[in-house]
Design a protein around this ligand. Structure first.
Ligand code: ZN
Length: 377
């Protein structure tokens, strides 16, 4: 679909910009006007992982003027095969900090805003409102529905992507012109029915193919060139090197984007809607009480050694996430005590918890909000 440019052009490019983007400006459809629109645009990338890494690099290189990044995780070794923003030396550091550094290395003129927090129904509208277009580079359903709903309520386009093993998909959802994510998937799949990246795996290079499709839609939407792929699901099969597209339609009964939509605001609980089990969590406050009561349990820190050295919860034992992924940590776990896992923010520990519970260590929980929540008490 042909859509009007999302962003206005002007003022004129500087000589430095003309030189930097000369190979892009020389394309007549882009021209200096298109480059001005890119420079004036504000793009938010939610997630700086497998899809976010290549997406952010290409946004910066293309000359996007303002880039926002939402991520609250740290870099670990198992990220490096696909999260190409990061190197060995970055392990243990915050993703947003390194992502900002890399963007400024590519283009020091880029205005970078980092949002080092989990996006939730309290902050989503406020964060998204500052941007022209949003890239969803996350890998969980609760965030996906939240971003979709916030984008619909704000009338903003958002570009979704997903990768799994050898297969990837991408789509631009823009309820002004076509379907939203909920039109296609009105309700999330049952919990446990979809494997996450840690369980199913992903071919690293596949992330670049899908992120590239996402950034391509962003550039077309901003500049108004070509056909923005509204109402299409783009599918890439890396094993057969095949791209295909299927039509997706607006649902006239969609609860969020239809004219008679009953839902005019964000849900109160996306995790509950997506069936995410929060009963496996222990709060930082309850964990402190367990220590105060001298309860018998083991606390395992699944972060990287560099992070553990910087700060740790007294009494915790370090077993980095990688040892859970290859199951070698299991032999070190006690069978007769409660096990509590923690990481920086609760993402990695939730992943490890799933693994140990699957292996039979059912008397186990993880610290909601991680050491960040612990330190805030
Ligand atoms: Zn919809």
């Amino acid at each position: 679909m042909k859509t009007p440019p999302l962003v206005n052009p002007g003022p004129s490019l500087t000589d430095e910009e003309r030189s930097r983007y000369s190979r892009q400006i020389v394309i007549s459809e882009v021209s200096e006007v298109g480059q001005e629109r890119l420079r004036n645009s504000k793009v938010l990338c939610i997630g700086a992982g497998g899809l976010g890494s290549p997406a952010i690099l290409y946004l910066a290189a293309a000359g996007i003027g303002s880039i926002g990044i939402v991520d609250f995780d740290s870099i670990d070794e198992s990220n490096l095969h696909r999260q190409i923003l990061y190197t060995q030396a970055d392990i243990g550091k915050r993703k947003v900090d390194i992502a900002k550094k890399k963007i400024l290395e590519i283009n020091p003129k880029t205005d970078v805003t980092i949002h080092d927090s989990r996006i939730d129904n309290m902050n989503a509208l406020e964060i998204l409102a500052n941007y022209d277009i949003i890239i969803d580079a996350t890998d969980n359903f609760a965030t996906r529905y939240l971003i979709n709903d916030a984008a619909v309520l704000l009338n903003k386009p958002y570009v979704w992507g997903s990768v799994n093993r050898f297969d990837g998909q991408a789509a631009i959802f823009w309820s002004t012109y076509g379907p939203c994510y909920r039109c296609v998937h009105p309700t999330p799949p049952p919990p446990g029915s979809v494997q996450n990246c840690a369980e199913a795996g992903v071919l690293g290079v596949l992330c670049a193919s899908i992120a590239s499709l996402q950034v391509n839609e962003v550039i077309k939407a901003i500049t108004g060139i070509g056909e923005v792929q509204i109402g299409k699901m783009m599918i890439y099969d890396a094993l057969n090197s095949e791209y295909s597209k299927i039509d997706i339609k607006k649902d006239s009964n969609c609860v969020i984007c239809s004219q008679s939509a009953p839902q005019q605001k964000l849900l109160e609980d996306y995790e509950g809607f997506c069936g995410i089990n929060v009963s496996n969590e222990i709060s930082a406050k309850d964990l402190r009480k367990k220590f105060a009561d001298n309860e018998d349990f083991v606390l395992i820190d699944v972060r990287e050694p560099e992070e553990f050295e910087q700060s740790c919860i007294p009494g915790s034992t370090l077993i980095p996430k990688g040892f859970f992924l290859d199951h070698s940590a299991l032999s070190a776990l006690p069978a007769d005590k409660e096990i509590i896992l923690h990481c920086r923010s609760g993402i990695r520990s939730a992943e490890c918890l799933e693994i140990i519970q699957g292996a039979g260590f059912t008397n186990s929980r993880h610290l909601g909000g991680g050491i960040l929540a612990w330190e805030k008490l």
